[in-house]
Design a protein around this ligand. Structure first.
Ligand code: ATP
Ligand code: MG
Length: 354
């Protein structure tokens, strides 16, 4: 049986790193005798250029028919001044909604060899290993109406959640904690926001179903600080869409670079989408120097969650660590031993390690 994978390269470095992940999957296919079938479709800015819309129907159809989707990144200065319906980000939000990808899992694991690459104190970040579970289809990014009124002098964004939307992400987080170290931190702003009050109530209701998991509530501002001062206190963090967006970029500092963070976006029952936590990085796009590891580790998550290929996923993760341990690094990861490599070289090293 062939495993159908749709590639959505997108824009900027997204289109550079996605082929790195494909090379790695081809190496896995040879080593473990698995078959993957790839097809590519447009999303984001490139889709605006080629089809006049950031999310063509054929892209949505192909994703719905696939077993899993790998996405690079969307966006870039070329489309920055487009009207809102012609923004590349609309493509990304649109595909998340179309596939009902409500749960975004972002593991943040510091590699021993990269401790020095973080600006944070090594003794504080050593041993960081946490999972951010971010709600992905509700909240401010999807609130209607979102508009300018009064000749542009007043603005409206709406933060809306239903009980069902909160319940399913909280369940996912408890289940994720059960598979890890059984500690869940729910992050909200319940002292101010009505949505956060409901969120907190639901966590309290749900915790009886997961008696093996300890739970704490932390306000988002305090959580932002604790991520930097006491990162090893966390196991699983669950939070709403925008808080999760912000906290996961912050958490990337623990790993030394945004270029190290993979993610999985999962539906209740359906195709999963895997993408790096970083964006299209216009400042380095086209230079061939992007770190492909976030994308490659996202492919490993795909093998684990969509195809139940745990040994294969582990082989990718071990190979990444092996190459890092040899001292190789891309430009985003500072290092003193000078084994600086570009995207292609890093990919080849990982493929060889597999
Ligand atoms: P988005 O709005 O799409 O989330 P962002 O604002 O988070 O994007 P990124 O595109 O992720 O921005 O880039 C943030 C910074 O991190 C940039 O300086 C970029 O060059 C760097 N960066 C991101 N990903 C990588 C990578 N894979 N390799 C090297 N540097 C990266
Ligand atoms: Mg970002």
């Amino acid at each position: 049986m062939s495993n159908k994978i749709v590639l959505l390269p997108g824009d900027g470095i997204g289109a550079e790193v996605i082929y790195a992940a494909k090379d790695v999957l081809e190496a896995i296919s040879k080593k473990f005798n698995k078959s993957f079938e790839f097809s590519s479709f447009d999303i984001g800015g490139i889709a605006i250029d080629n089809h006049g819309t950031p999310l063509p129907d054929e892209t949505v159809t192909a994703c719905k028919e696939a077993d899993a989707v790998l996405l690079g990144a969307v966006g870039g200065p070329k489309w920055d001044n487009n009207p809102s319906e012609l923004r590349p980000e609309r493509g990304l939000l649109g595909i998340r909604k179309a596939l009902d990808l409500y749960a975004n899992l972002r593991p943040v694991k510091g590699f021993e060899k990269l401790l020095h690459a973080s600006p944070l104190r090594q003794d504080i970040i050593q041993g960081s290993d946490l999972l951010i579970v971010r709600e992905l289809t509700g909240g401010l990014y999807f609130g209607e109406p979102s508009e300018r009124r009064d000749n542009g002098n007043s603005v409206v964004d709406t933060l809306s959640y239903t009980r069902k939307e909160i319940e399913r992400i909280i369940d996912k987080a408890f289940q994720s904690a059960q598979l890890r170290n059984k500690h869940l931190t729910s992050v909200d702003k319940a002292n101010v926001l009505e949505s956060s009050k409901l969120w907190r109530e639901i966590v309290e209701e749900k915790k009886a179903q997961y008696p093996d998991v300890t739970v704490e509530h932390v306000l988002v501002d305090a959580a932002a600080m604790k991520l930097i001062t006491n990162p090893t206190d966390f196991d699983v963090i669950v939070t709403e869409n925008m808080f999760g967006d912000i906290l996961s970029d912050e958490a990337s500092v623990l790993t030394g670079s945004l270029g190290m963070l993979p993610s999985a976006s999962l539906a209740e029952d359906g195709v999963g989408l895997y993408e790096p936590a970083h964006g299209s990085a216009p400042d380095i796009a086209g230079k061939g120097i992007a770190n492909p590891i976030a994308m490659i580790l996202s492919a490993a998550m795909m093998l684990r969650y969509s195809f139940d290929m745990n040994d294969e996923a582990q082989a990718i993760e071990d190979s990444v660590e092996n190459v890092l341990n040899q001292g190789y690094h891309t430009a985003d990861l500072k290092s003193n031993d000078g084994k600086l490599v570009n995207t292609t070289e890093m990919t080849e090293l990982i493929v060889k390690a597999i």
